[in-house]
Design a protein around this ligand. Structure first.
Ligand code: NAP
Length: 265
């Protein structure tokens, strides 16, 4: 029997979708698992973009394809709504879909004590945990590129470009592009300090290294997809596009443009 992992946001609309998804698949001989099962065929997430992010993290960036069912605002990770639910579940069952391999972003955190590795679907935000200007030495592909001063930097994936990155003045990158973007947060406008003049889009092969000044080692705040991570004695942060990618199920290839228009304009 084929298994489907189901992740459900605790909301009335999501519970309604949950009931319909479960009824549909049980009628067609699938088993539903509310706990992550690594032998499952699909990961189905019912909720909004935030629920999608949490499901990806809770499965440790599972390689099982994800499908989002939107029960919140317009979602960037969900093509299906409650009004067309069974129609799309049928397409899923009949394998009438494309798989979109979506890049994520990796951050390796080197501290005086240890090295940690984090993955993001949307973005990493690096800022100061007090109210002081943060000075970050930015190296790209082995070149000392700029010493960026301001509130910090955001490094976002193409899929994350419509989230926090957009609010920070970054560009919208199509979800299928490969690479990532660096956007300065409130950069200092002064002859004494440097900052990025605009957001910078890098190819997937590029590695970005942020070297932290000794005095800033205890002042770095790192937020990954909305979740804060605390580290002591941060020396260096290295960003790259890892081999891991998440797979998303897409039914209509032009859906992205419709969603962008409806959500943003
Ligand atoms: P939240 O603060 O409860 O919701 C953040 C909002 O961002 C929700 O409306 C969410 O959509 C939307 N969102 C998430 N990913 C998106 C994407 N890839 N494209 C377009 N919109 C997206 O936080 P959360 O639900 O835990 O989500 C964490 C994310 O929130 C972070 O990764 C960050 O991108 C974003 N965020 C944005 C700001 C800002 O714009 N000023 C501030 C903090 C965090 P749904 O309503 O569909 O869930």
């Amino acid at each position: 029997m084929e298994i489907i992992n189901l992740f459900v946001k605790p909301s009335p609309e999501s519970r309604e979708a949950h009931r319909r998804v479960e009824a549909y698949f049980e009628d067609h001989g699938f088993a539903i698992s509310r706990l992550y099962n690594e032998k499952a065929r699909y990961n189905i997430v019912i909720g909004g973009d935030g629920s999608f992010l949490r499901a990806v993290h809770s499965t440790h960036f599972s390689s099982i394809p994800f499908l989002g069912i939107n029960t919140g605002h317009l979602g960037f990770f969900q093509e299906i709504t409650l009004s067309d639910l069974e129609e799309y579940l049928e397409l899923l069952r009949l394998h009438r879909y494309e798989i979109h391999h979506q890049d994520v972003l990796c951050c390796t955190v080197e501290t005086t004590a240890w090295t940690y590795r984090l993955l993001a679907v949307n973005e990493f935000l690096i800022s100061s945990n007090d109210d002081h200007i943060l000075h970050l030495n930015v190296g790209v592909d082995g070149v000392d590129f700029i010493n960026s001063s301001g509130d910090g930097l955001m490094l976002s994936t193409p899929a994350g470009s419509t989230a926090y990155n957009l609010s920070a003045g970054g560009s919208i990158l199509h979800q299928m592009l490969r690479g990532y973007q660096i956007t300065a947060l409130h950069p200092v406008r002064s002859k004494s300090f440097d900052s990025l003049p605009s957001s910078l889009v890098l190819p997937a092969e590029s590695e970005t290294v942020l070297t932290i000044d000794g005095r800033d080692a205890e002042r770095i705040k790192l937020i990954c997809d909305g979740v804060r991570h605390a580290f002591r004695g941060v020396k260096r942060l290295t960003f790259s596009v890892p081999e891991e990618r998440i797979q998303r199920i897409i039914f209509r290839s032009n859906w992205y443009w419709k969603n962008l228009r409806d959500k943003l304009f």
